[in-house]
Design a protein around this ligand. Structure first.
Ligand code: NAP
Length: 394
């Protein structure tokens, strides 16, 4: 029997990280945990080290790393602890690692995810912000370094399953006319712009179908998540924004679809449980048990569809426009959104202010080519400065 594959889980203490560890633990014959990383959640990382005994654990700050080292020593565990952004890159590109789950939230995931791609790993991409920021550079690196890129966002994972195995080179080449990107509509589906003005972070984070981290929960509520996913789909599947239709589907049972020239529409269905796309990404082209309950269509009974309300939720339009503008526009959009979401969660910005801030930062930042990492990171930094300045002026 072959050796278990070594897996690094970036963002292990998050929602996707925990689901990944759940799937890995079901298949000790196939996978072993090489490294687990977190930002500040040292207690949670300690608990994961006790259960999964990784060779390496990474935290952001040395003080947290020292704390973890001490606890692990007391427990008689041999896990080595490192810290800082360089350590994230090291555990992503290490020669013994075969699979990297990219599940850090936000721009902080870009460098380690890109390092995994450049080292030719199987990269399970949950960290959509990394691809949104660096689109063509990222996809070029996948091709150049022979990485295997598997989308973990449930929508992109669904489309991946509905497309031919070799799907690069433009949708038309494969007889695909449109990608149908489904959206639950978030907790405020059907709300007017006036009603949205007073929503709280707690309301925004209470997603009807999915249990997720706070940043993506707010993105789902504003529909920026769907906008980021539209950009992600353009890069993953060589699609133009006009070839992607967002379809609000409140039950979150169909995870997305591909429409073909002959009138066929292929859909992937399943319970809303991220362990399905994670297990798919880990085992592709095989299939393994994900611990997910079987879909009961009689219990679901009906599937509804409606268009997205772009007047009440401007973030979707803003994201589409950023993709159409190209260059550093998606990186600027992403950075402005990260600052806006944090400000909303901290009570410094109202819900409607998120789209407004993103729009103002887009206007303030020049459009540059996004063909080098330095330029992308500079655009990200500029957008964050503009966003903070706008917040300060209000
Ligand atoms: N949750 C979902 O169902 C879902 C679905 C599709 C796609 N995604 C995407 O997957 C990614 C992760 O989402 P999530 O919901 O799992 O997020 P989450 O629960 O907030 O977890 C984020 C993880 O990233 C770590 N992290 C945060 N900031 C970091 C930094 N500056 N440096 C290093 N590590 C950092 C966190 O560590 P600490 O715990 O120490 O803060 C945590 O382990 C996002 O890009 C999201 O859009 C998520």
């Amino acid at each position: 029997m072959s050796q278990p594959q070594a897996v690094t889980v970036l963002g292990a203490t998050g929602s996707i990280g925990a689901s990944t560890l759940d799937v890995l633990a079901r298949h000790p014959d196939r996978y072993r945990v090489h490294a687990l990383t977190a930002h500040r959640s040292r207690e949670a990382l300690l608990a994961q080290c006790r259960t999964h005994a990784p060779a390496l654990a990474v935290l952001d700050r040395e003080e947290d790393a020292a704390w973890l080292r001490e606890r692990l020593g007391e427990a008689g565990l041999a896990t080595e602890v490192r810290c800082g952004p360089e350590a994230l890159v090291e555990v992503s590109e290490a020669s013994e690692v075969e699979v990297v789950m990219a599940a850090i939230v936000g721009a902080a995931g870009l460098l380690p995810t890109l390092a995994a791609v450049r080292a030719g790993k199987r990269v399970l991409l949950a960290n959509k912000e990394a691809l949104v920021m660096s689109g063509s550079l990222f996809m070029d690196a996948v091709d150049r370094h022979g990485a295997t890129l598997l989308p973990i966002d449930s929508e992109h994972n669904a489309i991946y399953q509905c497309l031919p195995v070799e799907h690069r080179g433009g949708l038309a080449r494969h007889g695909v006319t449109q990608l149908l990107l489904t959206a639950s509509g978030g907790p405020f589906r059907g709300w007017s712009a006036e009603a949205l003005a007073g929503v709280t972070p707690e309301q925004a984070c209470a997603h009807p179908n999915w249990s997720m981290g706070r940043k993506i929960s707010v993105d789902s509520a504003t529909l920026m998540n769907k906008g980021l996913e539209l950009i992600e789909a353009c890069w993953l599947f060589d699609a133009r924004p006009s070839q992607i239709q967002v379809v609000v589907h409140p039950q979150s049972v169909i995870h997305s679809m591909a429409a073909y020239a002959d009138g066929s529409v292929l859909a992937q269905l399943g319970n809303p449980d991220m362990r399905t796309p994670i297990a798919y990404g880990l085992s592709w082209p095989e299939r393994i048990d994900a611990g997910v309950e079987a879909l009961d269509l009689f219990q679901i009974a009906r599937l509804d569809f409606e268009p997205a309300d772009e007047a009440a939720f401007p973030c979707l339009r803003l994201a589409r426009e950023a993709m159409e503008d190209g260059g550093t526009a998606p990186a600027v959009l992403n950075a402005a959104n990260e600052v806006a979401v944090e400000a909303f969660l901290d009570g410094r910005l109202g819900f409607a202010g998120i789209g407004e801030l993103v729009a103002r930062v887009r206007e303030a930042c020049p459009l540059e080519p996004a063909d080098a990492l330095e330029g992308i990171l500079a655009a990200d930094a500029r957008a964050r400065r503009e966003a903070e300045a706008w917040l300060g002026r209000r």
